[in-house]
Structure formats: structure tokens, C-alpha cells
Design a protein around this ligand. Structure first.
Ligand SMILES: Cc1cc2nc3c(=O)[nH]c(=O)nc-3n(C[C@H](O)[C@H](O)[C@H](O)COP(=O)(O)O)c2cc1C
Length: 219
């Protein structure tokens, strides 16, 4: 698989087969991902990857603890029409694929709730970093996560980033014995093998036109 194929075949996968994710595969992916660039070479990212019993224990804990308010705001861009439209686009695609009607609030909540078990993915990466990291280091961490997602494609695996896990930041720190004052939880990443037949993995996604976002000067 070349890089373009990895980029274009990656999508957020929200239904997985029960094929386990092997330790050697994850070690290979995470080892290569260390070569992600970061400002000042800070390499701010950290993660724990769970599978099997530890993952089951973690899911039992967050089910018991319940969500709290998030530590950061991911909804702010939705105030502007352009971004609201993009959010509504992906929601319509997702809920449409699941056959959930626009006015079915309970159905939508239940579908969103599947984030809590990471869509039954066999592995879950939890990503965090010291609180002293600022915008630049959040961005570095995003690059690292995308690198992981692409390397997973090369291994025939798929993923879904999960900001949703930010709602469980307290439980995550407790579960992983992370110092509350030092660590900020960024997100989760569900990892496993794509269930190709699942409609939720097959709806059409939209992207802005290239020329609306990028200008080319002097060519
Ligand atoms: C940092 C980050 C957090 C995300 N959090 C969630 C999440 O909590 N739950 C979810 O279903 N999708 C989540 N997504 C997936 C986005 O909805 C998805 O990337 C977007 O709709 C574009 O679709 P694609 O990834 O299939 O190309 C997240 C994506 C990113 C980059």
C-alpha cells in the first residue's frame, strides 16, 4: 500500500470484526509513528493501548462512572454556519446509514453511546499529554495520531478517533494511574479490522473543494 492509498482508504470505522489486534502489529505501528515531526522535537504525545481484559475492565469502569464535562471545547466551530453544515453532513451520513430518523433523539443518543465501547473495537488507544502542552503541541499530537491511522491501514487495520473519550478524562486518569494535575486526556482511538459489510462504514463522506481551501501562488 502506498501513502496515497493509505490516506484515501482511511475512514472513521465504526463497526469492527472480532479479529484481535496483535501486540507485534501495534508495536510495529507505534515504533514507526515515533518518526512523526513535532515542533522543537518535543514529541508531546503519550498513549496507552488496551485490549482483552484491561479493555473490558476500562469499559466497565466508564460505564459505572458515567461521563463528565469535557476538559476542552470541541464544539466551538459549530457556531459558524459553514462548520455547522459540515457537522450536519457527517451526522446525516452516519444516522442515515444506521436508518435512524432525524427526529429519533433516543436512537441518535444510543448510536452516539456506542462510542463508550469504542464501537466494539478489539483495541483502544488512549492519548494524553502533560497539561503544559499548548496549541502547537496539540497539533503535533494530531499529526502523530494521523500517522498511526495511516500505518494501521498499511497493516490492514482501521481506526476511529474518539474525542468522545474526553468525557471520561477523570476515569481515564484514574484507570491509568495518571497524575490529575499533570495530565490532560486528548482522545481515544478505536482500532481493529473493518467490518466491510456494515452500512456505517460505507456512507459517502464530504470534503470541501480543494480550491476553496488552498491557494497556489507562483506556479
Ligand atoms: C480528533 C478527532 C476526534 C474525533 N472524535 C470522534 C468521536 O468521538 N466519535 C466519532 O464517531 N468520530 C470521531 N471523529 C471522526 C470524525 O467524525 C471524522 O474524522 C470526520 O467525520 C471525517 O470522516 P472520516 O474520518 O471518515 O474521513 C473524530 C475525528 C478526529 C480527527
Amino acid at each position: 500500500m502506498n501513502v496515497t492509498e493509505a490516506v484515501k482508504s482511511r475512514r472513521s470505522v465504526r463497526a469492527f470484526t472480532d479479529t484481535p489486534v496483535e501486540l507485534e502489529t501495534m508495536r510495529r505501528v507505534m515504533d514507526s509513528a515515533r518518526w512523526t515531526a513535532s515542533g522543537c522535537n518535543y514529541q508531546p504525545w503519550e498513549a496507552t493501548i488496551l485490549t482483552g481484559q484491561p479493555l473490558a475492565n476500562f469499559q466497565a469502569k466508564i460505564a459505572k462512572d458515567g461521563p463528565t464535562e469535557g476538559e476542552y471545547d470541541w464544539a466551538a466551530p459549530g457556531q459558524e454556519e459553514l462548520y455547522k453544515k459540515r457537522l450536519n453532513g457527517v451526522s446525516a451520513g452516519m444516522f442515515g446509514a444506521l436508518g435512524i430518523a432525524r427526529d429519533d433523539t433516543a436512537g441518535r443518543m444510543a448510536a452516539m453511546g456506542r462510542n463508550a465501547t469504542s464501537f466494539d473495537a478489539p483495541a483502544l488507544l488512549l492519548c494524553y499529554f502533560p497539561r503544559l502542552m499548548k496549541e502547537a503541541q496539540w497539533s503535533d499530537t494530531g499529526m502523530w495520531l494521523q500517522t498511526i491511522a495511516l500505518l494501521l491501514r498499511e497493516e490492514g487495520l482501521d481506526s476511529c478517533f474518539q474525542e468522545f473519550m474526553g468525557l471520561y478524562h477523570k476515569s481515564i486518569r484514574e484507570f491509568l494511574s495518571l497524575d490529575d494535575d499533570r495530565y490532560m486526556v486528548f482522545c481515544g482511538m478505536a482500532i481493529g479490522t473493518r467490518d466491510d459489510a456494515a452500512p456505517i462504514n460505507n456512507f459517502d463522506r464530504e470534503r470541501a473543494d480543494l480550491d476553496d481551501q488552498v491557494k497556489f501562488l507562483g506556479f
